[in-house]
Design a protein around this ligand. Structure first.
Ligand code: BF8
Ligand code: SF4
Length: 652
């Protein structure tokens, strides 16, 4: 068995004790995990890594030789620029479609609720329903909740087709940016339309101009950020409650040795909301007790976990790379999944224990899992059936194999835009004042996944640590938020980790220096906040001292997010190289030329300290542009050993 810090040892794969212990255990028990499979895949295909392979038609598959010696064109004549841009466009369409189809599922249930159907669901935040309706020009005065909800549902359903000119929430975007988008013909018109058009354009013999392809890829991503994702967020808030600050706990220590443990994994809150309710029903709790358990413990994984944590404080077992390791505790009765980011391998790992994997979406079946088709009309009843299945698995648990490796860490979540404005006293002005005064230099959205190519959570934690030390407020979503939570960066007392300016603001407001804004669809909250700040200052989003970062991204959804964040005017740093380096033209456009077009660009920097420096410089330059105080862009940080400040030089 490996010792933890040798090459390939658990200490090199993840920074967390719970994960390291479970990797050791999986290895000891001969259970294969994501790291083993990555190793088995190496070396991965170099053509694919560069984006230079194409299998869009049956004249192929084709590949372009990056060294210029072999073929420079596919069978159809497509060159490296076309192939790389087409591949990126399809990746963005897949990511955008995933978020948007999730949004559609929420919208369909919302429409049912509006019409009086869908058991177990209701309008939870009526004030938000009316506020959004007002915002979108739907009459609310003297009208019933139902009438308003029906009209809002109709309005948003139309967003999926070819809407009237542009998507409803584009109205939130500063006028100056809307003009920019119109000038580039990238205003998102219909959510499905942009995705379909992306697929059309990337068919053989349609769009062969890499610039034209990439512009449409931006439009496709905007239909996600200001469309599908924003609809998912806003309607989830209306139905399940708008998040407000809440304390929760995180890591594998949230599992309980003496309770029925159910992990909710995936993305859509439609299922998890009714499961949380069912797990509290006396009849099911009594059933659990009759089997000797002291109760039913629901925990979250990935973005479903974030949805539950944000609204109900439900404890979080872990992020993306924990989904197999949570099973290795031997303490789970059931892993209930819907869709996205669920490794097919969870079924194989679960077979080594008594754990049931229960799939619930007819869109996402897992051979070997038990499928319970989720029908929102019978949501409450199906949730009870699922919880009962988990409870009935408890007697099959082998307690001698249960190992819960650590104690949980406390974290605060629940920072919707409404909650942030609430903490600020109702307006963004105090935040603007702090940025103008330079107490807070700016804000960075650190988002995205885990990727087994990097030590789990190291980049998230170190980048965030360095940014807050430099008085930069960090906003997090998705698996990034879980990483920071596990590292203890997300409690109000974590303000002590921040630089003096950010620390003073956080202490005055009683908030952490790292604000959990939700799941990945909730990156739409960050867009909304950025737009509100820009509107309050009367400038475009690209003038603000903001940046984005996706240090450990893996998914197509993350590419869509990065694209809409950049297209909205926020420069974004990636920690993992995207598959575009086979075309210097595409790279030059995304990492350079785009800045002159949308006022933002991509950078790739895997070193978290160098990424922090890059971001710090960017933020200081934006401050200068706004006529605010700006400093020599040196990075102030202490390395993890706690000693000497590390001065990171400019990238040469
Ligand atoms: O949507 S951060 S690994 S779980 S893709 Fe997936 Fe990435 Fe996690 Fe949520 Ni987002
Ligand atoms: Fe090859 Fe062109 Fe077909 Fe792609 S579209 S597989 S490059 S022939």
């Amino acid at each position: 068995m490996s010792t933890t810090n040798e090459v390939g040892g658990p200490g090199r794969l993840t920074v967390h004790d719970d994960a390291q212990q479970m990797i050791e255990r999986a290895r000891a028990e001969g259970i294969e995990t994501v790291w083993d499979r990555l190793h088995a895949q190496e070396p991965q295909c170099g053509y694919c890594q560069l984006g230079l392979s194409c299998r869009n038609c049956a004249m192929g598959p084709c590949r372009i030789d990056p060294f210029g010696e072999g073929p420079q064109k596919g069978v159809c004549g497509a060159d490296a620029d076309t192939i790389v841009a087409r591949n990126l466009g399809r990746t963005i369409a897949a990511g955008s479609s995933s978020h948007s189809d999730h949004g559609r599922d929420v919208l369909e249930v919302f429409a049912e609720v509006a019409h009086g159907g869908a058991s177990g669901y209701r309008i939870n935040d009526e004030a938000k329903l009316r506020r959004i309706a007002d915002e979108l020009g739907i009459a609310t005065e003297g009208r019933s909740t139902t009438e308003v909800a029906v009209d809002l549902a109709d309005e948003l359903v139309a967003n999926y087709g070819s809407a009237k000119g542009s998507l409803s929430f584009v109205s939130r975007v500063p006028a100056i940016r809307r003009e920019k988008w119109a000038g580039l013909s990238i205003t998102p018109r219909g959510i499905d339309r942009e995705n379909v058009e992306m697929m059309h354009r990337t068919h053989m013999g349609v769009d062969n101009d890499y610039v034209n392809l990439l512009l449409h890829a931006l439009r496709t991503s905007l239909a996600d950020g200001w469309g599908g994702s924003m609809i998912a967020t806003e309607l989830s808030d209306i139905m399940f409650g708008t998040p407000k600050p809440v304390i929760s706990e995180v890591n594998l220590g949230v599992l309980k040795t003496d309770q029925v443990n159910i992990a909710m994994h995936g993305h859509n809150p439609l299922l998890s909301d009714v499961i949380v309710a069912a797990a509290q029903e006396p009849e099911l709790v009594e059933l659990a007790k009759s089997y000797g358990a002291s109760g039913i413990n629901i925990v979250g994984l990935c973005c479903t976990g974030n949805e539950m944590l944000m609204r109900k404080g439900v404890h979080m077992a872990g992020n993306h790379l924990m989904q197999e390791l949570v099973l290795v505790t031997g303490a789970l009765e059931a892993m209930v999944v819907d869709y996205q980011c669920i490794m097919p391998s969870v079924v194989d790992v679960a077979k080594c224990y008594h754990t049931k994997v229960i799939s619930t979406s007819d869109k996402a079946k897992f051979p070997g899992a038990t499928h319970v088709s989720f029908d929102p009309h019978r949501g409450a009843e199906i949730a009870r059936d699922i919880v009962r299945m988990a409870v009935e698995a408890y007697p099959s648990r082998n307690q001698s194999r249960v190992r819960i490796p650590v104690h949980p860490v406390r974290m605060m979540g629940g920072f919707s835009v409404e909650a942030i404005l609430g903490a600020l006293g109702g307006t963004p002005q105090p935040l603007i004042d702090a940025i103008v005064a330079g107490t807070i230099r700016g804000a960075v959205a650190v988002v995205g996944c885990n990727n087994p190519k990097l030590p789990q959570d190291l980049e998230h934690i170190e980048l965030t640590r360095t940014l807050i030390e430099n008085d930069i407020l960090v906003l997090v979503t998705g698996c990034a938020a879980v990483a920071n939570g596990k590292a203890g960066q997300m409690m109000p007392e974590s303000a002590a980790l921040a630089g003096p300016g950010l620390r003073s603001v956080c202490e005055a407001l009683g908030i952490p220096p790292v604000l959990h804004m939700g799941s990945c669809v909730d990156n739409s909250r960050i867009m909304q906040l950025a737009a509100a700040l820009a509107n309050a200052l009367g400038v475009d989003i690209d003038s603000l001292p903001l940046a984005g970062a996706a240090p450990e991204w893996y998914s197509e959804k993350a590419v869509a997010i990065g694209a809409y964040v950049v297209a909205s005017g926020i420069t974004t740093v990636l920690g993992v190289q995207p598959s575009i380096f086979g075309s210097s033209n595409v790279v030059n456009l995304l990492a350079g030329g785009l800045d002159g077009v949308v006022g933002a660009k991509f950078a790739v920097e895997p070193d978290p300290y160098k990424a922090a420096l890059l971001i710090r410089r960017h933020i200081e330059a934006k401050r200068q542009g706004l006529g605010l105080s700006h400093t020599a862009p040196e990075l102030i940080t202490a390395n993890e050993s706690g000693g000497e400040p590390v001065h990171v030089n400019a990238r040469s």
